[in-house]
Write a protein that binds this ligand. Structure first.
Ligand SMILES: O=C(O)CCC(=O)C(=O)O
Length: 294
């Protein structure tokens, strides 16, 4: 990462890394999620129309046969070897070291977003990531990586960021209200009278590129008005030894600049099938932020 990029991260609250992930890394993650969609289809008793459908085709088919199925997929997220490999890609870790130092953890908050068209619960309202953590975690140095698995455009609901607003500290948030497919919204939002003054920048990002932003950078995602899904993954890193503000543990990733044994053990357990089996979850049970913003 160049000095001017670090400077622009601190000035604007975000930075775009172009063509930083290999096709191979992305395709392993897509293949893994195709497999998860096969498992979800089996669970829902659905048979895909043909073999060899790609990630987008499977998403569209399953969501149209079982509206709300992708919300289940999102709620049932679990770290996999493919995700940890992506998060520990050398370019990502180089940026992490530059921005957070050489002792760093993978934060337990990460999200998988299949975002099919016209599911309003995949339109994430304006928020800062720290608002979803317990009080005080905004003091922890941490950054988010937002990684699209396919090209993300204004039409398919890309991310929009508030430029320079991370310098305002943690803003007030309110619970967002929406019911859809038996799910109540779990989001928080910055009130519209505050968000209306943001200087906004929408990011059309090709797959292989990603956005890095601070836990205090307000952002949201636009509606998906296309006919396709727009998959993305977001994960966070925090400086080791600081309060993570969640009710589960972080995964140690770097110590003294070196990849930890914890990361290797995690990926080995996944590859050998000794990791815990995955179950399907249809909602987030009592998230840590519910009482904080009432
Ligand atoms: O991908 C999206 O739709 C929203 C992502 C987001 O809000 C986040 O990464 O915190």
């Amino acid at each position: 990462m160049e000095k001017r990029e670090v400077h622009s991260f601190h000035k604007d609250g975000f930075i775009l890394a172009k063509n930083a992930l290999s096709e191979d890394t992305l395709s392993k993650v897509s293949t893994y999620f195709c497999m998860r969609l096969d498992q979800l289809a089996l669970h829902l008793g659905y048979a895909f129309s043909s073999q060899g459908l790609n990630l987008n085709q499977k998403t569209i088919e399953l969501e149209s046969a079982h509206p709300g199925a992708m919300l289940t997929l999102t709620h049932s997220q679990q770290l996999s070897a493919q995700l940890v490999s992506m998060a520990t890609d050398e370019n990502i870790l180089a940026a992490v070291k530059e921005l957070l130092g050489s002792d760093v953890d993978l934060h337990p908050f990460y999200a998988i977003r299949p975002k099919p068209p016209a599911v309003q619960l995949f339109e994430v309202p304006w928020h800062q990531d720290s608002s979803y953590l317990q009080k005080g975690a905004d003091q922890t140095p941490q950054i988010t990586f937002w990684v699209p698995l396919m090209d993300s455009t204004v039409e398919n609901g890309c991310l929009e960021v508030a430029v320079g607003e991370h310098n305002s500290g943690e803003l007030k948030h309110e619970p967002h209200s929406l019911e859809e497919y038996g799910n109540s919204s779990w989001y928080l939002e910055i009130p519209s009278d505050v968000a209306s003054s943001f200087q906004r920048q929408a990011f059309e990002i090709g797959s292989g590129s990603y956005l890095i932003f601070s836990h205090l950078t307000p952002h949201r995602s636009l509606p998906n008005r296309s006919e396709n899904s727009r998959w993305s993954i977001d994960f966070r890193f925090a400086r080791a030894g600081y309060f993570n503000g969640a009710n589960s543990q972080s995964l140690p990733v770097l110590r003294k600049g070196e990849l930890t044994q914890d990361v290797r053990d995690f990926t080995d357990a996944e590859m050998t099938g000794s990791a815990e089996p995955r179950s399907w979850v249809t909602r987030i049970e009592r998230p840590v932020w519910v009482d904080r913003w009432r």
